[in-house]
Design a protein around this ligand. Sequence first.
Ligand SMILES: [Zn+2]
Length: 397
Amino acid sequence: MLKLTNISQLVSYQSVSDTIQTMSNIEILIEEETIRAIGPTVGNADEIVDCSGRLVTPGFVDPHTHPVFYKGREEEYAMRLAGASYQEIAENGGGILTSIKGVRNASEDELVERVKKRMTRFLNLGTTTIEAKSGYGLDTESELKSLRVLDRVHRDHPIDIVPTFLGAHAFPPEFSDDLDGYMDLLCDEMIPAIGEQGIAQYCDVFCEQGYFSVEQSRRILETGKTYGLIPRLHADEFENSGAAELAGEMGAVTADHLMSVSDAGIRALSDMGVTATLLPGTTFFLGSNSYAPARKLADAGVCLALATDFNPGSSHLQSMPLMISLACSYLKLSVEEAFRAATWQSAITLNIHDKAGSVEVGKNADLVIWDLERLIEIPYFTSDVPIYKVIKSGRCF
Ligand SMILES: [Zn+2]
């Protein structure tokens, strides 16, 4: 038994009231990996963590990451600073091509070691569960390898990983003149193989002008569904292409990015109950100023989740506290709205809200103990947020 005592403030979504609640002078009792009691006094334990003057929250759930890559793309970042466009970088063999070569040439063991280090960093920043996508292999063997890497790291590392197949991240270079050929490879070979091996839960597509069209995305997501893969979608990031409408039509759990979503797209998300996962880190990291219309989405009744989009090209960021800060400053969310989006709502998009995303009796003991007293201090500290301990499945880190 592990007990957190003298908690100054516990802030969490609560199912009973469907609100974010703050409780003061509280104890939490944890047995193995489960929260057994929450209250003013909760009984005895053999291990005690004193939380005097400290805030406790649920661990963050990051519902959109691309962590399976071989190495960073800092040269490309520097080229962009010097004025090179994304197109020029791609023409010089950079961009996603660098990551594709990296994953194809790396061994499974090499990737496992690198991904584990990234997971430790996520955990140290207070993230206890992530959704993680393949998508830098883009051939059958390398996509399967990427998903095996995620499966091995999920088993070997304390963090929980929910795997998504993103073979439709881009068209690989060998198919640049044969898009239909790659579509057939995706739908006739990759998705069936992934479905049979059961190593992904979701199927995602980069639905965007110059990547996968609405028609191609529909075919991929429909094929995924027949193999039990639930749709999520990269939607309307650079241009409005009707991707949000497709997310509604396909019953996707979430449509992500949405910087260029149309009013019709917003209505489709609202009508079909699709969550909008917003990734303000991408806009920030690319030095752009095109943020998603979060207030418009929220006012239309769309539920919002928040994620890092951690990847080597457009968002080399892993901090959910930073995402909360960006969501407050640039998406104009309240601190409570951003916090809910980074915990409870993100857990819903992964269908893990029965065990993660809130601090409630019977749930997984995934907690962050902060060297802070109040929730409002998290965005105020931006990325330099003092975390005292992270508890994942009842273990202290
Ligand atoms: Zn992404």
